[in-house]
Design a protein around this ligand. Structure first.
Ligand code: FES
Ligand code: FES
Length: 159
């Protein structure tokens, strides 16, 4: 076993001092060490988007990143998206537009959807489809996910 490495992270606004095997992925750290199981492991190989989180506001595939590489950074997971008991507008839009079925891909879809808007990439259906193409959905909820993102983009006028 490799020696553990100490580092710090801010996770959903909480500063944490951590120590882990340097080979631990950010995904395993979040799920297994911190109990934040909202971030899903679909493929563990960078292919499905289920593990998408925000690192310093940018979307990142947590399965492709070693936890210790994020030393000092701010991580936001799906557990940190709502503010208190108020859902994030993107979460509300996914509910309103039936943007999920089994829900397994949904945390990753939501984190990507928020980035899509933030990065100004939600200007058309095609634009959204391209930006969201790294987030797979076995249930085929894609059309409703696009509707939800467009709805938030247009401030709820697209209902
Ligand atoms: Fe990370 Fe699939 S679990 S991309
Ligand atoms: Fe089932 Fe997307 S809602 S995988």
């Amino acid at each position: 076993n490799a020696e553990k490495v100490s580092f710090t992270l801010s996770v959903n606004g909480k500063k944490l001092r951590l120590s882990t095997d340097p080979r631990t992925t950010l995904l395993d750290l979040l799920r297994e060490q911190l109990g934040l199981t909202g971030t899903k492991k679909g493929c563990d190989f960078g292919q499905c988007g289920a593990c998408t989180v925000h690192v310093d506001g940018q979307r990142v595939l947590a399965c492709l990143s070693f936890a210790v590489m994020q030393n000092g950074r701010k991580i936001t997971t799906i557990e940190g998206l709502a503010k208190g008991d108020r859902l994030h507008p993107m979460q509300e839009a996914f509910i309103k537009h039936d943007g999920f079925q089994c829900g397994y891909c949904t945390p990753g879809q939501l984190m990507s959807a928020v980035s899509c808007l933030r990065e100004g990439r939600a200007n058309s259906e095609a634009d959204i489809q391209e930006y969201m193409s790294g987030n797979l959905c076995r249930c085929g909820a894609y059309p409703n996910i696009v509707k939800a993102i467009l709805d938030v983009k247009t401030g709820g006028q697209n209902a």
